[in-house]
Design a protein around this ligand. Structure first.
Ligand SMILES: Nc1ncnc2c1ncn2[C@@H]1O[C@H](COP(=O)(O)OP(=O)(O)OP(=O)(O)O)[C@@H](O)[C@H]1O
Length: 571
């Protein structure tokens, strides 16, 4: 192996170290932001952390091409040697799997995607599946000795902040009461009942979370304590969560990424995976900010699924998009979204704007109501993995994105996103209770997005999906805008009766004008849904409702939408 391979590998790794330092600095700042209630800084830190990856990849790749190694790094033949050298360098690292993904990003930024292989980069990981523990303590154990009270007290005493607890005695009592209700009697009496808690605190938006599990002789439960900081009052425990699906919702793909310090990412991921085994590794890495690692894991799971099944791509059920074409694999709960070459005439936007809107959502607080997306370039799939109807449609509507290359189909650009049941389809088959709950949550979703300064633009039922937890989530981003950019108006009174009867509006309408009075007819073809929704969320049909939210946002209020049921005592 030429010496230069070592040096190039070293330079790639130095870039990774720079990125990791930036990531760590932004992450460790979360504690001070929480303690000092600097809510307005959170969004910025979160965006900076997401952007840091691409920026550092670019800087590292530029550094390489501009160095004396320029010709070598641009020669694909050199990469097997560089890869070999790199494997030796990362062998002893605690974040070696992230380092592999970093290498892939550098390679992909310098070469065409058809050069990708396990010779030139790490399509599959070379890291051992199981390896000896790092011996860096990830968690801390607390033993109840038969007293839930002592257990709760020990835990809260261990986590100290620069701000005092508002009322630790009250919170200890609340935890005890919740555990008494949630745990079987034998577990409460088990003297060996142990809480194993991650030492680092998970921060996101205005919240902080102590994450761990309760272990008894026979069983274990997730154990999560969400904390809030009320300014001038102190920190308190908001509720107690011991339910797996509630923890899963906290780690949802519809939320911003956590800020949590971790020396050995794979060990933290392994621990959280034990609490919520249903979550894929890809989602867990993404949930703590390593979204590129999430992409690697996702891609590996996708190729494994294709290798181990006969699943074929089909068009996603539902109304066809006017901007996007959406397909899926029935056995793999993801949709693939590509931008059509031509949009329906009513869509007054271009491709670049669509991309910009999707990227905006990735960086914005998604408040549990917008699905995260991962952006991919140059997916290649065997032609026979496409249902012929699906392939015909994709080739017809997006010929510049979907390319036939012999037996392969190249998808030049796409986003992946969790598959949900489109709300319009869900309502067609829903029971009365399900209809009620879904409509209620649909309105809540619109309100929570609005409070986070997001106006969906197109709020039709078909643009929302229902998750497996029954939550309503928005997924169509091409018409999204900041709420504060919208001009909410009341329809002016007609001057003459003929005006009202005319087919054109009798008042002028500017591009950003929105008339909430029109929503009921526009959103609900089914009159029963319209009436039911008006009873639940009628305020959404009034311009004054939207204007008052705008005023709150402009006054700098930062809302937080809690991803859990708050304990009753919370004001
Ligand atoms: N995450 C998802 N899960 C399930 N189905 C989805 C998902 N995203 C999109 N779809 C399906 O694909 C259709 C089109 O997707 P989307 O609304 O994103 O496209 P669009 O072109 O932006 O739509 P519009 O024409 O409303 O602007 C949806 O109506 C829905 O049926």
């Amino acid at each position: 192996m030429p010496q230069s391979s070592d040096q190039i590998a070293q330079q790639i790794l130095s870039g990774f170290d720079r990125y990791r330092r930036l990531f760590r600095d932004l992450t460790s700042g979360a504690r001070a932001r929480f303690e000092q209630a600097r809510w307005n800084d959170i969004q910025e830190a979160s965006t900076l952390r997401i952007n840091a990856y691409e920026e550092q990849v670019q800087e590292t790749a530029d550094g390489l091409t501009q160095s004396t190694f320029g010709p070598q790094v641009l020669d694909v033949e050199a990469w097997p040697g560089i890869r070999e050298a790199y494997i030796h360098l990362i062998d002893q690292r605690f974040d070696d799997e992230l380092a592999e993904t970093w290498f892939n990003s550098i390679f992909c930024s310098l070469h065409q995607h058809d050069q990708i292989s396990d010779k030139t980069m790490f399509v599959h990981s070379t890291r051992p599946v199981s390896r000896p523990p790092s011996r860096i303590a990830l968690t801390r154990g607390f033993i109840s000795e038969g007293s839930l009270h002592d257990l709760a007290h020990q835990i809260l005493s261990e986590y100290s902040f620069d701000v005092p607890w508002e009322d630790m005695t009250r919170d200890v009592e609340m935890i005890v009461t919740e555990l008494q209700q949630g745990l079987p009697d034998w577990a409460q009496m088990d003297r060996g009942l142990t809480a194993e808690m991650v030492q680092s605190v998970f921060y996101r938006n205005k919240g902080a979370y102590l994450v761990g599990r309760l272990i008894s002789q026979h069983e274990q439960w997730p154990f999560v304590l969400p904390l809030v900081h009320r300014e001038h009052q102190g920190i308190s425990v908001d509720t107690v969560i011991t339910d797996e699906s509630e923890v899963s919702i906290i780690f949802s793909f519809t939320r911003s990424y956590f800020m949590v310090e971790c020396a050995v990412p794979s060990e933290l991921i392994g621990f959280v995976k034990q609490l919520i085994p249903g979550k894929h590794l890809a989602e867990l890495y993404t949930a703590i900010g390593f979204y590129k690692q999430g992409k690697s894991e996702f891609y590996r799971a996708l190729i494994a699924h294709l290798a181990n099944s006969d699943d074929r791509f089909i068009m996603a059920p539902g109304v066809r998009g006017m901007v996007m074409s959406v397909f899926t694999l029935p056995g793999f709960n993801t949709v693939f979204k590509i931008i059509k070459d031509r949009f329906a005439p009513s869509k007054n936007i271009d491709r670049a704007t669509v991309i910009e809107k999707y990227r905006l959502v990735k960086r914005h607080d998604r408040v549990g109501r917008m699905a995260d997306t991962q952006e991919f370039a140059d997916f290649r799939f065997p032609r026979d993995r496409f249902d012929p109807e699906c392939l015909r449609e994709l080739l017809e509507v997006a010929p510049s994105t979907v390319i036939e290359e012999g037996d392969s189909i190249l998808i030049r650009h796409c986003w992946t996103e969790r598959r949900m049941t489109p709300l319009n389809i869900y309502l067609e088959h829903a029971s009365e209770t399900q209809t009620h709950d879904a409509l209620l949550d649909y309105g809540k979703a619109i309100k929570e997005l609005a409070a986070a300064n997001i106006f969906p633009g197109d709020m039709l039922l078909k643009n929302f999906g229902v998750t497996r937890h029954g939550r309503v989530v928005f997924y169509d981003y091409d018409e999204i805008s900041y709420l504060t950019e919208v001009n909410f108006r009341v329809i002016p009174e007609p001057l003459y009766p003929e005006q009202e009867m005319a087919s054109e509006p009798w008042y002028s309408v500017a591009p950003n004008d929105v008339f909430p009075e029109e929503f009921p007819v526009f959103l609900f073809a089914d009159i029963r849904h319209r009436r039911q929704f008006a009873g639940m969320h009628g305020d959404l049909f009034e311009a004054s409702y939207w204007k008052s939210l705008q005023a709150q946002i402009e006054a700098g209020q930062v809302i937080d939408v809690y991803p859990y049921r708050r304990a009753a005592a919370t004001p």
